[in-house]
Ligand binder design. Structure first.
Ligand SMILES: Nc1ncnc2c1ncn2[C@@H]1O[C@H](COP(=O)(O)OP(=O)(O)OP(=O)(O)O)[C@@H](O)[C@H]1O
Length: 310
């Protein structure tokens, strides 16, 4: 897949504090690349450097064949973390104004605006001023503004925050369809279930440094140990003493046993003690949400973590 955006050895400090340290990743045509990390990890700072809102102290950012200040930013769409459109401007006027800023033909922009307003249940709101919209409606308009000019790279900083489940589905479908049609997408989100469903690859940073970089499948294979959920009345200490059980969570008669790395579930199951009460049993890989928490809270993992096949 063709590389659209390449971030190489990016470094950024504020005053004396280095916020971003030597990070490199790329975003390819037609893929959804997730950028993840705990609060304050440096995601928005990375995105602001890509958008030219600020410039890196070290390293480089290139888009197609352009670098730094020469990047044709009209080919990029951006939904910033901090929302805010001009409040007393009508919906259609703001969409056309923003399309015009990106040198996009106005007749096409109007057609696209009407199509998207309809798609996002905002038909008939063209002449309503932005301040009269609900928060979710405003977010939909801002999302439309970020894609009105058919960008080749779309950067979405927390696109799902504040959306109801129906609107989340609409955004999800639209983001997927944009990627299927060739748009390169850089997605920053704390909603791990959505990232797990949507992203092809992910890049996770912690304290401004890379901790994971790779395809979703490779990351899950490398970091997602198995967990075994058992329904039955069992003593927690007995469960904790089973070989290769790292940790046990228990709620009423449901126990979740988190297994060590490299455990082969079919072999592990054969060695379960006979006296366990098992009414139901399921084995799954842990979710991206759990991988995120492990990495964000485990100093050892943080040191071990590195690149898997990107
Ligand atoms: N303009 C600035 N001046 C000084 N420090 C800043 C500035 N912008 C960000 N920071 C600091 O840089 C660090 C990274 O912030 P950033 O907003 O990039 O994190 P984030 O990963 O996007 O976090 P969140 O998930 O909370 O949005 C934080 O410690 C923040 O306080």
């Amino acid at each position: 897949m063709e590389t659209m955006l390449a971030v190489e050895k990016l470094g950024k400090s504020f005053k004396d504090k280095q916020i971003i340290k030597n990070i490199s990743f790329d975003v390819r045509k037609g893929e959804i690349m997730a950028i993840l990390g705990p609060n304050g990890a440096g995601k928005s700072t990375t995105i602001r450097n890509i958008m030219g809102i600020m410039y890196p102290d070290e390293g480089s950012i290139s888009f197609q064949n352009s670098n730094g200040k020469d990047i044709p930013r009209h080919k990029i769409g951006y939904l910033p973390e901090e929302r805010g459109l001009y409040k007393n401007v009508k919906v259609m006027d703001i969409l056309l104004y923003l399309a015009d800023l990106k040198d996009y033909p106005l007749d096409q922009a109007k057609e696209r605006a009407l199509t998207y307003l309809k798609k996002f249940d905002l038909e008939g709101k063209e002449k309503v001023s932005v301040e009269e919209l609900s928060k979710g409606m405003g977010q939909k308009v801002q999302f439309i503004a970020s894609i009105i000019h058919e960008p080749e790279l779309l950067i979405l900083d927390e696109p799902f925050s504040g959306l109801d489940p129906v609107s989340q589905e609409l955004f999800k479908e639209e983001i997927r369809s944009l990627a299927e049609n060739g748009t390169a997408i850089l997605l920053s989100s704390h909603q791990m279930n959505l990232v797990e469903e949507m992203a092809d690859r992910l890049f996770m940073i912690h304290h401004g440094q890379k901790v994971i970089y790779g395809s979703m499948d490779d990351v899950k294979t490398q970091y997602a140990n198995f967990k075994c959920t058992i329904r039955g009345k069992n003593n927690r200490t007995d469960l904790e003493h089973i070989t290769d059980v790292q940790r046990v969570e228990q709620t009423d008669d449901i126990s979740t046993l988190y297994l060590s790395k490299n455990v082969e579930p079919s072999i592990w199951l054969k060695n379960l003690p006979d006296h366990l009460s098992i009414q139901e049993l399921a084995i799954d890989r842990v979710s991206l949400h759990e991988i995120f928490i492990d990495i964000a809270t485990d100093k050892n993992l943080l040191q071990e973590a590195g690149e898997v096949h990107a």
